[in-house]
Design a protein around this ligand. Structure first.
Ligand code: MN3
Length: 198
């Protein structure tokens, strides 16, 4: 066994017009797939039997350099796909809404902070909603870096590498982030991540 590219949780064209089938074909089929293939190639031999999410997180916590970068990108992308759904967006409810209000004041304040993080991440990286101790926080990370490496629990992420949006939005990262929040976020997935982190 080795690490396997997970299927998308929806059809390739299911997020259109906000993210096109072409974007998902390249982002999932080429970029995410390449991180999986690179990781398996780097681990070949000693660690060839590693294949589970637990194995992946163990590698992320212990590795550096190319092994870390590819393992983290496998984790980040598998998580990112689940942060979106067709007909997503809108407002979070229930316990998640209460936690957002406690940490940010309101959903609008969270949306503003997350947008700011996503738009200002210089170069490639990710913007996150995380649970850090008892509080929710917005963070941003460069390249493959991720909350797990900083003792935080990821609740939501936006991929802001250019490959995530360039086909559909060209250089307009803010338009992509706006569509992500308004039309794509799966708040049920975020709420489940928060419940699992309690
Ligand atoms: Mn990506």
């Amino acid at each position: 066994m080795a690490f396997v590219l997970p299927d998308l949780p929806y059809a390739r064209d299911a997020l259109a017009p906000y993210l096109s089938a072409e974007t998902l074909e390249y982002h999932h089929g080429k970029h995410h797939n390449a991180y999986v293939a690179n990781l398996n190639g780097l681990l070949e031999g000693a660690d060839a039997e590693l294949s589970t999410q637990e194995d992946l997180e163990g590698i992320i916590l212990s590795a550096e350099g190319g092994v870390f970068n590819n393992a983290a990108q496998v984790w980040n992308h598998s998580f990112y796909w689940k942060c979106m759904k067709p007909g997503g967006g809108g407002r979070p409810g229930g316990e998640l809404a209460k936690a957002i209000e406690a940490s940010f004041g309101s959903y609008d304040d969270l949306a503003k902070e997350l947008t700011q993080a996503a738009v200002t991440q210089f170069g490639s990286g990710w913007a996150w909603l995380v649970k850090d101790g008892d509080a929710l926080k917005v963070t941003k990370t460069g390249n493959a870096d991720l909350p797990l490496k900083h003792g935080q629990t990821a609740l939501l992420t936006v991929d802001v590498w250019e490959h995530a949006y360039y086909i559909d939005y060209r250089n307009l990262r803010p338009k992509y982030v706006e569509a992500f929040l308004n039309n794509l976020v799966d708040w049920d997935f975020v709420a489940a991540n928060l419940a699992a982190a309690e």
